[in-house]
Design a protein around this ligand. Structure first.
Ligand SMILES: O=C(O)c1ccc[n+]([C@@H]2O[C@H](COP(=O)([O-])O)[C@@H](O)[C@H]2O)c1
Ligand SMILES: Cc1cc2nc[nH]c2cc1C
Length: 348
């Protein structure tokens, strides 16, 4: 709890002066006013985060967190649970979806075992296993409050390690068979929503099983009664180890004034927990895409952010975040490389 509290105390506000200076430069670039759309907003946000009108975001990393879920036994996911353990080493081998896009974006991928249900025989996967999967949230809390805090603090430590190594743009991704179920529970609790109105197919659950998935989520909420105002309570009762880890990464990045990209449905649930713990974290978040998962649009509304693009992604892993890195870096090139009217010698 000490690391979490110390980190929360360090989170500041966006620097309004640098933002105003950058907005002025962007408005004076030789182009029609506002014609570079969201890239202009990104440039101003990055200036506010870094207190620098000309920030560099060339050292990028996607932190992929893996874990398993006790609620899997309720039949809420289409794939064998072992896929979490099988796919996780593939992230360090460079052969997954997120690795392909990270390579294109010149980003590192760091992989963390937060609580996979079996041991991972791959030394490059960082072993921060809290437990061999959460407990079944349809029967009781997914984890203890201590474990929830531990997951947040591991996320903070991983973010700090990466930033200490020089990373200046972070993102989170995840892998966890069944994790759209706790994510939907988190949105339902914080948004006071009936799970049936937002539940989706996840990695491809047959439509006829959706009602069952919603009923499992409803049962988990009814049994555990998470307090919608206490994100640590929600995380412990209906969350997951990788979800807590990602929430910790968001908090850690914000405390160091490092921009951080939010990926899809599960990462959005983690970001929502992070801003429920510390509302100031929101200013440091950059949402990548609208996931095609059914509740995705509502999830983003709960977070209060508008993603950069909507191209039907629903893989997770950090794939959307890796693509978004290109937009974020482009915004910094726009400010640096384009000339203002004055710099271009124009007097009209
Ligand atoms: O990020 C998303 O928007 C997303 C949407 C649906 C599924 N996923 C991925 O699919 C897995 C979870 O799906 P499920 O059906 O097992 O709950 C997990 O490994 C996620 O990375 C990810
Ligand atoms: C193959 C596979 C890859 C994934 N990557 C993220 N979630 C996933 C789920 C499955 C099933």
């Amino acid at each position: 709890m000490k690391l979490l509290n110390q980190t929360l105390k360090k989170i500041g506000l966006l620097d309004q002066e640098t933002m105003a200076k950058t907005k002025n430069r962007v408005d004076n670039l030789f182009k029609p006013l506002g014609s570079l759309g969201r890239l202009e907003d990104l440039a101003v946000q990055l200036a506010g985060i870094t207190k620098n009108s000309f920030p560099t975001v060339d050292k990028k990393v996607i932190i992929v967190m893996s874990a398993d879920h006790g609620v899997y036994v309720e039949g809420v996911a289409p794939d064998p649970q072992i896929i979490t353990a099988l796919q996780t080493p593939n992230f360090v081998k460079g052969i997954t979806g997120v690795c392909a896009f990270a390579k294109q974006a010149r980003a590192d991928v760091v992989v963390v075992d937060m609580g996979i249900a079996s041991d991972i025989d791959e030394p490059k996967v960082i072993n921060r296993k809290i437990r061999y999967g959460t407990s079944n949230m349809a029967k009781g809390p997914a984890m203890s409050r201590e474990e929830a805090i531990k997951s947040l603090e591991i996320g903070i430590e991983i973010a700090n390690d990466q930033i200490d190594q020089g990373k200046n743009l972070l993102a989170t991704g995840e892998m966890g068979i069944g994790n759209t179920t706790p994510s939907t529970a988190i949105f339902s609790v914080i948004g006071h929503l009936d799970p049936e109105t937002i539940v989706g197919i996840g990695a491809g659950l047959p439509i006829e099983k959706l009602k069952h998935k919603a009923s499992v989520i409803k049962k988990a909420i009814a049994i555990n009664q998470p307090n919608p105002k206490d994100a640590i309570d929600i995380l412990s009762k209906v969350g997951g180890f990788e979800i807590g880890g990602m929430a910790g990464v968001f908090i850690g990045a914000a405390s160091r004034r490092i921009p951080i990209v939010v990926d899809g449905f599960i990462a959005t649930a983690a970001a929502l927990l992070a801003i429920t713990i510390a509302p100031k974290v929101k200013d440091f978040l950059i949402p990548s895409h609208h996931t095609a998962e059914r509740g995705g649009k509502i999830a983003m509304q709960l977070l209060g952010l508008t993603p950069l693009f909507d191209i039907g992604l629903r893989l997770g892993e950090g794939t959307g975040a890796a693509l978004a890195f290109n937009f974020v870096e482009a915004a910094t090139y726009m400010v640096k490389e384009m000339a203002t009217r004055e710099e271009a010698g124009l007097v009209i």
